[in-house]
Design a protein around this ligand. Structure first.
Ligand code: ATP
Ligand code: MG
Length: 412
């Protein structure tokens, strides 16, 4: 029955996977905190204009991927496809320009109607940061370093590369756009239908095309770096010097773009060779024009977002929860559950099986990876004690009930 299947492109997180996700989010939050970021949580839906105005009506996200609906009050609503637009909206509607500079961290689900594949879902999760109010190349370097440190701290498989480019300021981008349009116009016949359309409306996006034919044409296209004015060149050099000073390796990639008008200067992506086509784990850039374009006070900003699923898939170490203590009751289960409760209230992680004889319950204790078993043997209980068995070594000792918590604290 279709209704009992998860919706295509959605995914249940069972405990092991949920633990990996939580780990990615917690490491990201902790590292971001070190760099001065506080958490912001915006709604998962917004008025559709919040996204259509900021992402532009030529972006893939807006033209093909949004979950948009009319609510019961007739409002056009969209499930957020990304985090920056909502943060910018919150900045404006909350009057946060009084509090600049502002460093915000966010996490949570995003929604895009895409063709599901490994590492590409319709409901996925991102962590991200936005640094508002500072227009300084060293801030760009710090924002990129924050992403690099998070990935480093997580410990991921494969080789991660930070690809870096600049889009320059408005003047440089206009000069480049003209050169690009000139070049691409000579190849319209060979461009994909999508790219012919992009050429009309937003030519920079052609550089981002995933079509193989387009990629061959793009390979010989003029590069942005040749069209930078002095100010933009110097800005980029300072970003590079900053990254070098912070010890963040990077690779220049002149084809890396963000197609939207409000993007400027720094653009970057962290990619891995370990995830096939879905190799981008973190992407971001400077967006000095965004908040002004949305109708807020002109405010520079830079940020990035990272895919939690993709990072979780790359985690090197298996993550395990704390190993429990198994309480194995004698004939009196109530007494057993009460002892488990006492230990839990003391902060210990306790496994208690509700049925089965002692042998079965010991089996269960081993199955859940318990570190020790607290066995409420009749003889020991008569002496006001229990048997504590180290399940790794098999060693067993008698411990008075009165000092049980203290003894258990000694197990790691
Ligand atoms: P892609 O080129 O892979 O479609 P994108 O440019 O659309 O990525 P961004 O909007 O920059 O991606 O989002 C930042 C990050 O969020 C991506 O690098 C990726 O790790 C993750 N991400 C984006 N879309 C999805 C998705 N549908 N499923 C899982 N993760 C995603
Ligand atoms: Mg995409």
């Amino acid at each position: 029955m279709a209704a009992l299947q998860p919706v295509r492109g959605t995914h249940d997180l069972l405990p092991d996977e949920a633990r990996r996700h939580r780990h990615v989010e917690e490491v990201a939050r902790a590292i971001a905190e070190r760099y001065g970021y506080g958490e912001i949580s915006t709604p998962i839906f917004e008025f559709t204009e919040v996204f259509s105005r900021t992402l532009g009506d030529t972006s893939d996200v807006v033209t093909k991927e949004m979950y948009t609906f009319t609510d019961r009050g007739g409002e056009g609503i969209t499930l957020r496809p990304e985090g920056t637009a909502g943060v910018a909206r919150a900045f404006i509607s909350g009057g946060l320009s009084q509090h600049l500079p502002l460093k915000l961290f966010y996490r949570g689900p995003m929604f895009r109607y895409e063709r599901p594949q490994k590492g590409r879902l319709r409901q996925f999760h991102q962590v991200g940061i936005e640094f508002l109010g500072v227009d300084n190349p060293l801030a760009d370097a710090e924002v990129i370093a924050t992403g690099a440190r998070i990935i480093e701290e997580l410990g991921v498989r494969g080789t991660i590369t930070c690809e870096l480019n600049t889009l320059g300021d408005g003047e440089s981008r206009d000069a480049y756009r003209a050169a690009l349009v000139d070049y691409l116009s000579g190849h319209v016949g060979a461009l994909s239908k999508d790219s012919v359309e992009r050429l009309q409306r937003n030519p920079l996006r052609v550089l981002d095309s995933k079509d193989e034919g387009d990629k061959r044409i793009v390979a010989d296209a003029p590069v942005m770096t040749d069209y930078l004015n002095e100010r933009s060149r110097s800005y980029f050099q300072q970003v590079i010097d900053g990254l070098t000073a912070l010890g963040v390796p990077y690779r220049l990639n002149p084809r890396l773009v963000r197609g939207l008008d409000y993007y400027c200067h720094t653009a970057f992506e962290f990619t891995t060779d370990a995830l096939g086509a879905q190799g981008t784990v973190l992407a971001g850039g400077r967006y000095d024009g965004l908040i002004g374009q949305m109708g807020g006070p002109a405010t520079p900003g830079i940020g990035w977002a990272a895919g939690v699923e993709r990072l979780a898939m790359l985690l090197e170490r298996p993550l395990t929860g704390p190993r429990p203590i198994a309480v194995i009751p004698g004939p009196d289960s109530v007494q057993g559950l009460a002892l488990a409760e006492r230990l839990r209230r003391a902060g210990l992680v306790v496994e208690f099986a509700f049925s089965g004889n002692m042998g079965k319950r010991m089996k269960r204790a081993n199955k859940v990876g318990a570190r020790v078993a607290v066995i409420m043997g009749e003889e020991e209980m008569a002496r006001g004690a229990v048997a504590v068995r180290d399940l790794d070594s098999g060693a067993q000792e008698e411990v008075p009930l009165a000092s049980l918590e203290g003894r258990l604290a000694g197990f790691r």
